[in-house]
Design a protein around this ligand. Structure first.
Ligand SMILES: [Zn+2]
Length: 340
């Protein structure tokens, strides 16, 4: 670790609730940012610049042109190269702050790996795009006793809630059961403004800086709308019958509620996670698939274009099937070209 130059943090140190002592705490803090999309890139950028000493950036996806409207760490070259978001974000932030450690992880967060991904973290930042993964993070963080900060954004509206195990209500105190598919508006149907994601991520960052420097989080749940210009903080009590924080039943972590095939929000694509982590040789797959369709391999992931669809395959066997939202069709294509 190179010698740290505190001058770069001078404006933050002048802010009295942080001060020099708070800055020193930030520099020895470890934060896991789950997701490197619209919320995750802004959060990671802020935390790196604020001098959080160790960041783990987790994302399952690669950069595409439609991300650039709001995912502030990426550029056109990243999209052309289809770099994994965790890698592209790490490369950018290494140029922003070379004095901190940044660990990129290309992975989908599942019940199998979530505990390992957050192990050792002082704080977990939710920058995911679906409720199932958030409820999984809720279980894992409660079990490990790690605070986490929920953030969501859609259209012009957003939500932020800080969760401290043993102290505040948890996400299942707020939402017991995710609504059935299609019941809620999604970025598929209503889109999202960069102003919304930037504000939500910034409020999550402020909560992170507070918690990491020993301050209490804001209580309750913040609902905001950047188009209407409204901010409303609603009180929330712990539910005495909450399965997660009251009864210690971690149903999402136990994998009882996670689907392995996921229709990706706004992408006309389906993700498939095989039931077991399998190591796939993408070089070998490239040779096998070359006669079948257009194949490209960039060292991180392999793409096959065939039948008007595109399969993007990762080394652990995970795949994103583009051009369809039909889960059964996606499973068929996966079985046909990748194997079962
Ligand atoms: Zn709860």
């Amino acid at each position: 670790m190179p010698e740290r130059n505190m001058e770069r943090y001078s404006r933050q140190i002048l802010f009295q609730p942080i001060g020099k002592q708070g800055q020193e705490r930030l520099l020895t803090s470890r934060v896991a940012v789950i997701g490197q999309g619209a919320l995750g890139t802004v959060i990671a950028d802020h935390l790196a610049r604020a001098g959080v000493g160790s960041l783990t950036l987790v994302d399952r996806d690669f950069v595409e042109l439609s991300n650039l409207q709001r995912q502030t760490l990426f550029d056109e070259e990243d999209a052309r190269n289809r770099l994994p978001k965790a890698i592209a974000a790490t490369q950018k932030l290494a140029r922003v702050n070379s004095e901190i450690e940044i660990h990129p992880v290309i992975a989908d967060v599942t019940p199998r790996n979530v505990e390992e991904l957050i192990a050792g973290a002082d704080l977990v930042m939710d920058a995911t795009d679906n409720l199932e993964t958030r409820l999984l993070l809720n279980d894992a963080c409660l079990k490990a006793g790690i605070p986490w900060i929920y953030g969501g954004a859609i259209g012009s509206s957003g939500v932020v809630m800080s969760i401290v195990p043993g102290s505040t209500p948890c996400l299942r105190c707020l939402i017991d059961e995710p609504p059935p598919p299609g019941a809620l508006p999604s970025c598929d149907t209503v889109g999202v403004l960069n102003a919304t994601t930037a504000v939500v991520a910034s409020i999550q960052t402020a909560e992170a800086l507070k918690l990491l420097t020993g301050h209490a989080p804001a209580a309750g749940v913040l609902y905001l709308d950047v188009w209407e210009g409204t901010f409303d903080r609603m009180p929330l009590e712990r539910r005495p019958d909450c399965p997660a924080c009251a009864q210690g039943q971690y149903e999402y972590l136990a994998g009882q509620r996670i689907a392995w095939t996921t229709v990706l929000c706004g992408r006309n694509a389906v993700q498939i996670v095989p039931p077991d982590e399998r190591g796939i040789s993408l070089e070998e797959l490239e040779r096998r698939l070359r006669p079948i369709g257009r194949v490209t391999y960039n060292g991180f992931l392999l793409s096959l274009e065939v039948d008007g669809r595109e399969l993007v395959i990762f080394p652990n066997g995970r795949a994103i099937i583009k051009g369809t939202t039909d889960e059964a069709e996606a499973r068929t294509l996966y079985a046909r070209y990748v194997g079962t």
